[in-house]
Design a protein around this ligand. Structure first.
Ligand code: NAP
Length: 246
């Protein structure tokens, strides 16, 4: 049990999820650092949080597995007594043009990015509905709004997250639970590190604020939507993209 607010951040072993975990912990929130395969990295995130005076614990769970998610949320509720904040951040890409995209690559991206969010919302909402309070923030993407050549699976998963977010917001509003999505633009993490320099440069030129985003830019926005200050905001998709989408 903890007397702090409890937040679960999926895919928090690196990138945007790690920045969110650090930001929330810095605001006095107990953070569950979820990962799938990167145990050492997730534990290192917890150590970093603890070294800064915060509290955190690492938990493995493949968010695309409905049953495993059920067990994960049951364990968290039993151990810590509450779930105040759920940040559905875990995500993957398997890019390719539709003509060449395998069925497996389409299904896998939908399973982790979209179904993973459903699984976590489904299992967290039980406790949040009981508490009659909660904050859920889902990580969509600018490409879920605009589409992107070579990312049909990813863009479809992110567009799906927007529909899921608005539906969940409508279902849960009467119980004091807010559900919002963030649509990051181009953020410098492992997901974008694989892109060639000329692609990054062309993205930079298309960003009115003139620079690629940092994981911390997204983390601060997530922390706001997860805070008491955002209590009158639900069902929204907030772009954190340096002005790319306007
Ligand atoms: P990243 O650096 O590749 O990190 C992805 C995280 O997701 C890792 O912690 C990974 O953990 C976890 N993960 C992957 N599959 C998982 C699964 N099945 N179950 C649980 N965790 C899983 O990615 P990122 O760039 O930080 O992106 C984070 C989120 O922001 C994603 O949803 C992404 O789509 C979204 N986003 C990113 C950008 C961008 O420009 N970077 C833009 C728009 C949206 P393991 O290593 O343990 O698997």
């Amino acid at each position: 049990m903890t007397d702090k607010k409890t937040a679960i951040v999926t895919g928090a072993s690196r990138g945007i999820g790690k920045a969110i975990a650090l930001e929330l912990a810095g605001r006095g929130i107990f953070v569950i650092v979820n990962y799938n395969g990167s145990k050492d990295a997730a534990e290192a995130v917890c150590e970093e949080i603890k070294a800064k005076g915060g509290e955190a614990a690492a938990y493995q769970c493949d968010v695309s597995d409905f049953t495993a998610c059920g067990e994960f949320f049951k364990e968290i509720t039993k151990t810590y007594g509450r779930i105040d904040i759920l940040i559905n951040n875990a995500g993957i890409t398997k890019d390719g043009l539709i003509m060449r995209m395998s069925e497996e690559d389409f299904d896998k991206v939908i399973a982790v990015n979209l179904k993973g969010d459903f699984n976590c919302i489904r299992h967290a909402s039980r406790q949040m509905l009981k508490q009659r309070s909660g904050r859920i923030v889902n990580m969509a993407s600018i490409v879920g709004v605009s589409g992107n050549a070579g990312q049909a699976n990813y863009a479809a998963s992110k567009a799906g997250i927007i529909g899921l977010t608005k539906s969940a917001a409508k279902e849960m509003a009467s119980r004091g639970i807010t559900v919002n999505a963030i649509a990051p633009g181009f953020i410098e993490t492992d997901i974008t590190a694989v892109l060639p320099d000329e692609v990054k440069e062309s993205y930079s030129k298309a960003i009115p604020l003139g620079r690629l985003g940092k994981a911390e830019d997204v983390a601060k926005t997530v922390a706001f939507l997860a805070s008491d200050d955002a209590g009158y905001i639900t069902g929204q998709v907030l772009s954190v993209d340096g002005g790319m989408n306007m």
